[in-house]
Design a protein around this ligand. Structure first.
Ligand SMILES: *Cc1c(COP(=O)(O)O)cnc(C)c1O
Length: 375
């Protein structure tokens, strides 16, 4: 008899699992965590990912999904049905706003957007049908930081659930459920997988009943994640702590350099003492501020394009949070669909560039940015 005891969970690349007899089938239906039936309902690899993120967040259960968008959809459906109303921070991820505006609205779920300044004064925006607030730990692209403890207390006092998109912070910096949030969710595509080679999401609930509801939504809407993607994300997750330290260290050095550079008009990074929520970010992030920052060049397309052409370490690739650095251009990508007034309101100007600072040797990143800016 050969015993195979792999140290790492193999990829269970199987859409279905076998049963020996009817007793085994009955065992499965008596306790669905006892074995596997069909990969959309559950697979060892996607469970491993969900359980690992659940443990990091300190949740009561989680579901891994096929994307960050799928996870936001699942989180909203866990609490809302036709006729319900949600509040949403105005500087939310563009895809979340599009989902609410174009799809969930057709299902009878309405939305009111909340300016950053009004996040702790939601009373006037509430209707009898308001169920939740969707907000991000750190906003894109200006890295405004929400006080999650204060927000959770405020939401609960109004009878609302707090759903936090914790993608930019990762559970290494911030654990929203520990601060009172009801759901913490991630685009796993970003820091959790961390290598720009996976599209995935995960939603973690503080309450076991909500976790079961999320799981059911995942299974019935078919939002669940494939074995291969789950396996890659689990592998990425193993270095999340190390990566977040390096991302944060490098981003602080880059932000500090940019803030002193004559070609740069402004820098948005929570780790800079000049950032409006610096003290909050320091406390909520345990002294780490993550790898995302934005800065303003002159409001001139050619100045921006020249910078993009010259930099060699920051390819223009409109995503974020990989081990390799990249840059994005909010006006042309994530915030392209907004009206000029909305762009103005959110501070999305012609000169605004967002950096996702990777974990390369920081001196190389600094030297590259200097030569690109000094042109
Ligand atoms: C990328 C992202 C999403 C969407 O995730 P996908 O994996 O692309 O579906 C949601 N929220 C934030 C903050 C993101 O950065």
């Amino acid at each position: 008899m050969t015993f195979i005891n792999p140290k790492v969970t193999p990829i269970y690349q199987s859409s279905v699992f076998k049963f020996q007899d009817l007793d085994e089938l009955d065992e499965y239906f008596a306790d669905t965590s006892s074995r596997y039936l069909y990969s959309r309902n559950g697979n060892p690899n996607s469970d491993e990912l969900a359980d690992a993120v659940n443990a990091l967040e300190g949740g009561a259960g989680a579901v891994a999904t096929s994307s960050g968008m799928a996870t936001i959809f699942a989180a909203i459906l866990a609490y809302c049905q036709a006729g319900d109303h949600v509040l949403c921070a105005v500087d939310i991820y563009g895809g979340s706003a599009a989902l609410l505006n174009t799809e969930l609205s057709r299902m009878g779920i309405t939305v009111t957007y909340v300016p950053f300044e009004q996040l702790y004064d939601l009373g006037p925006l509430c209707q009898p049908s308001t169920r939740l607030l969707l907000a991000e730990t750190m906003s894109n692209p200006l890295l405004r930081v929400a006080d999650l403890g204060r927000l959770a207390a405020h939401c609960h006092a109004l009878g609302l659930k707090l759903v936090v998109d914790n993608t930019f912070a990762s559970p290494v910096l911030t654990r929203p459920l520990q601060l009172g949030a009801d759901i913490s969710l991630h685009s796993v595509t970003k820091y959790i997988a961390g290598h720009s080679d996976v599209t995935a999401g995960v939603t973690v609930a503080a309450d076991p009943e909500v976790a079961a509801r999320l799981k059911q939504i995942g299974v019935l809407y078919g939002l669940t994640l494939s074995p291969m993607e789950s396996w890659l994300a689990v592998r990425g997750l193993k270095t999340l702590h190390l990566r977040m330290r390096e991302h944060s260290h490098n981003a602080l050095a880059v932000a500090t350099m940019l803030a002193a550079h004559p070609a740069v008009r402004a820098v948005y990074y929570p780790g800079l003492p000049t950032h409006a929520q610096h003290a909050l970010a320091a406390e909520q992030g345990g002294g780490l501020f993550g790898g995302m920052l934005s800065f303003k060049l002159a409001d001139d397309r050619e100045v921006v394009s020249n910078f993009m052409r010259r930099t060699e370490r920051f390819p223009f690739a409109p995503s974020l949070a990989g081990v390799d650095s990249s840059l994005s251009y909010p006006l042309g990508t994530s915030h392209r669909a907004l009206t000029a007034e909305q762009q103005q309101e959110l501070g999305i100007t012609t000169g605004l560039v967002r950096l996702s600072v990777g974990i390369e040797p920081v001196e190389e990143l600094l030297a590259d940015l200097r030569q690109a800016l000094n042109a």
